[in-house]
Design a protein around this ligand. Structure first.
Ligand SMILES: [Zn+2]
Length: 633
């Protein structure tokens, strides 16, 4: 342990020695608890992919063999370099050929399927008002910079990043068959179109409020807003007479003000923007030179030093495309049934304790408690990896003749068709929000389910060989965190079936909102590097951390030989993180989680167990007055 006193800085005391020596891998923006596990899973699976590709290992998962085929295509740099930009040129020519709105209207469904940027984004998602059915949703186009706040003319990071983007784009454009002056024009128009969009779309802070995404709107209204774009024509082509009558608009201003960035006078801006965006988005599938160019912006944004090695690029590509089969493969190979049983029983124990705490809650009336307990009783647990692989992946076989680029187009079309076909079907509750090999966990308010992929169920989060106190400070707190999302500022507005519904007694909801405000204030404005925390952006995650800690500490009191010191030490350990400054600043504006160090150090101060475990006194830095301590759930 370092010489910093735990009572003054839990995070530094526990992680200080590690922080001194930890090295951030050159192709990553950070390292630490989650990230180290992720690096290990990646290494393991890259090794497996190499063995599978060389025939030194076999798998009976058919879809894995398709993934191996794609893996080989990425590694085949001889072919990729020989083909250069050629595989992409035919599709760039199609974008370039658009001269009128009629041209675009006749291509729109193709673009939607191939993922060529349209002046809006659209797809099918579970309906937030009725979670059994799917809805057609629409939102504005994505921006070049990570958030609208970067577009304020005085934002230095924004200006700098846009220059990096221009540099990357002009390098890639030099590979196209556009004349030099056209390359410049295309880029200039791209930046112009992007700046118009930035005035209409939501900021990250606005996106953090889920329920505001749910704006069911009559189809006619959307059609009218999008004119001269023929929205109805696109829907009819896909759905014939079974087109949706109501569209869920996630980002109402972007659709209402659609004409300010997309209109007949601006058509060229759109075409040039779509060309450049599609070129850059596809470049990683082309020659090594183009793939390298396509990483410039991300590296600058996150402070990453070097592009990933070829094998890793291949793994990242297959991991995105065949996420579910790879997760199932990983789970079957490396995740034991014993661990699964052990953790499922821990989840159940935590849910039961949550119910007890709800029953004993002092700010809720009986009728609200009944609803909250109903919600807890119906949470579905997805543990490890799914039992079967969805049919979509069985269609994703790639023949040898397809280039890497054409393979990606093929899977993109298959995935889009699969997504659009969901519209008139019931929501498939067997789909997992995360694949088995992902080091993460989540709660989905629309399904009222929690997902714990096999990859997070390892040390330091969990081990059969760790003490129960350590497991509770690690995976236990994560489990409690995910359950608490059912009752954070967003989750609280959904019922046990995943529908937006107010199940609260009015005065109870007001009391909850007051506590939410307290939590915003506890974090708001805390300086971090050259920035500061936006309490409102991170409130849902902080409520979840607070709830996760409360429920696991309650369990700690019930188990024999519990060691609260070990609990808090492992809690701090899982949040160890060393990151590039650019990345930390990027997270501060864009991530709904507080900086890891603050997650480690702020929540414990809300709990009496922290003061008791380490005899924390008023004179210690990690002390706050009892009346400032917040325990919500
Ligand atoms: Zn969370």
């Amino acid at each position: 342990m370092s010489d910093i006193r735990i009572q003054d800085d839990l995070y530094e005391a526990v992680n200080g020695d590690w922080l001194k020596t930890a090295v951030i891998p050159e192709d990553r923006p950070m390292t630490g608890g989650f990230s180290i596990l992720d690096e290990e899973v990646e290494k393991l699976l890259i090794n497996d992919f190499n063995l599978l590709a060389n025939g030194q290992k076999n798998t009976n998962i058919k879809e894995m063999t398709y993934a191996v085929e794609l893996y080989k295509k990425v590694l085949d740099t001889k072919r990729r370099n020989e083909e250069g930009i050629t595989p992409l040129l035919k599709d760039l020519a199609v974008i370039q050929s658009i001269q009128s709105i009629e041209d675009l209207n006749s291509l729109s469904l193709d673009f939607l399927l191939k993922d060529v940027p349209l002046p809006f984004q659209a797809g099918v998602e579970p309906d937030m008002g009725d979670a059994t059915k799917n809805s057609f949703v629409i939102l504005g186009p994505s921006l070049i910079l990570p958030d609208t706040t970067y577009y304020d003319g005085c934002n230095e990071a924004g200006i700098e990043l846009l220059n990096v983007y221009k540099d990357m784009a002009s390098k890639a454009l030099a590979y196209t068959n556009l004349a030099k002056e056209d390359q410049e024009k295309y880029l200039e128009d791209t930046i112009k179109f992007d700046s118009l969009i930035a005035k209409c779309v939501k900021s990250q802070l606005e996106w953090a409020d889920y329920v505001k995404n749910y704006n069911p709107t009559p189809l006619e209204e959307v059609i009218e807003s999008l004119k001269p774009f023929d929205f109805m024509g696109m829907l009819k082509k896909e759905y014939k007479d079974e087109f949706p009558k109501t569209i869920v608009v996630y980002d109402p201003r972007a659709i209402k003000e659609f004409n300010t960035y997309f209109n007949l006078d601006n058509l060229n801006l759109y075409v040039h923007w779509a060309y450049v965006k599609y070129l850059l988005k596809s470049a990683f599938t082309l020659s090594e030179e183009l793939a390298e160019i396509s990483t410039i912006f991300r590296k600058a944004l996150m402070g990453i030093d070097a592009s990933p090695k070829l094998e890793k690029q291949a793994f990242m590509a297959v991991s995105r495309v065949y996420s579910e089969p790879i997760g199932v493969y990983y789970g079957r190979e490396y995740f034991g049934e014993e661990a699964k049983k052990d953790i499922v029983s821990l989840v159940k124990k935590i849910i039961e304790m949550y119910k007890v705490r709800m029953k004993n809650n002092t700010f809720l009336a009986e009728e609200t408690k009944i609803e909250a307990i109903k919600k807890l009783s119906t949470i579905e647990i997805k543990m490890g990896y799914p039992e079967y692989i969805h049919e979509l992946y069985s269609k994703m076989e790639l023949t040898r003749d397809l280039s890497y680029y054409d393979s990606m187009v093929k899977v993109s079309i298959l995935k889009s068709i699969d997504n659009l076909n969901k519209l008139n079907k019931k929501v498939d509750r067997t789909e997992w929000a995360m694949p088995g090999h992902m080091v993460n966990a989540c709660y989905n308010p629309s399904a009222n389910d929690i997902t714990f992929p096999a990859a997070i169920l390892q040390k330091p989060f969990y081990s059969i060989h760790q003490t129960i106190s350590e497991n509770l400070g690690g995976i236990g707190a994560v489990i409690g965190h995910e359950i608490s999302h059912a009752f954070d500022n967003n989750g609280a507005q959904f019922d046990e079936n995943g529908n937006i519904k107010n199940w609260w007694k009015e005065s109870d909801y007001k009391a909850f909102q007051k506590l939410t405000k307290d939590m915003i204030q506890q974090f708001d404005g805390i300086p971090f590097l050259s920035g500061k925390v936006n309490g409102e952006l991170v409130v849902s995650e902080n409520i979840a951390d607070n709830g996760g800690m409360a429920v696991t500490l309650a369990i700690m009191h019930e188990i024999p030989n519990s060691d609260f010191k070990l609990y808090f030490e492992n809690w701090a350990k899982v949040w160890c993180m060393k990151a590039k400054e650019q990345y930390t600043l990027y997270l501060l504006t864009n991530d709904v989680h507080s900086p890891a160090k603050l997650r480690a150090n702020i929540q414990p101060r809300n709990f009496i167990e922290w003061y008791q475990a380490f005899d924390v006194k008023e004179s210690d830095s990690m002390y706050i007055e009892p009346k400032k301590r917040i325990v919500i759930w």
